[in-house]
Design a binder for this molecule. Sequence first.
Ligand SMILES: O=c1ccn([C@@H]2O[C@H](COP(=O)(O)O)[C@@H](O)[C@H]2O)c(=O)[nH]1
Length: 275
Amino acid sequence: MSFMTTLSDAWRRNDSLLCVGLDPEPGRLPAGLDGEEGIFTFCRDIVDATAGVVCAFKPQIAHFAAQRAEGALERLIRHIHERHPGIPVILDAKRGDIGSTATHYAAEAFDRYEADAVTLNPYLGRDSIEPFLNRADKGVILLCRTSNPGGADFQAMDCGGRPLYLRVAETIAREWNENGNCALVTGATWPEELGRVREVVGDMPLLVPGIGAQGGDVKAVMAHGGTRDGHGLMISSSRAIIYASAESDFAEVAHRAADDMRKLVNSFREKRLDP
Ligand SMILES: O=c1ccn([C@@H]2O[C@H](COP(=O)(O)O)[C@@H](O)[C@H]2O)c(=O)[nH]1
């Protein structure tokens, strides 16, 4: 099944727009969980505890690679596919390179790691994204208006009367989305900009990091980013959920934190279903 169909089914089945980010950090794992095996066990337990309340999982590749734990990432994604087959996996890798290298990045994300979608940097232009766009069943999630404080340095620059991030959104929605497999990253920390992106891209899914540890406002995200059918968003939180407890009850507490966030998001959800 394609990424877009799996995501759409997960939104409805779990009644959730929440994406849980998997960002294992040395020094923050509960006692007794060390090394590659500890990283796998920690993430697997979080996944098993939260799979019923999320629409996607988003492992961040650097958090594994920096610890020489790529094997744990491979096992974790395989585990999600085997145990929770209806939940798509977004590999947060933010790749972007010339076409010949991009081909290998696409193979890395989709063949090695078996991710359903990957985050990419569109800065190098269409040919750098083509190997990903051609995988029509896979999700191609492009940075548009990132959540970090420096996101505006380039993304807000004037580009012919419109900020660059809106040009990015327009180009991707009108020209790159021929296979219907594109989505955009728009940070929760800039809800008005998120709304301007929504106006340009229609119902295209938006991956929205920045709630929780980065302080993004869920109510504002929902006011500006929702679609007519009440879906269209993958609102992502990592640290606020996976480190909600540093004790042996971490998975149970992560479930509660995720379900609380799911309910908070849903409390602001407009269900303006088409007649
Ligand atoms: O604009 C962006 C793009 C990606 N991220 C990633 O999302 C998570 C956020 O983690 P929190 O703990 O929920 O703050 C992290 O993996 C980032 O690399 C982002 O924050 N902003």
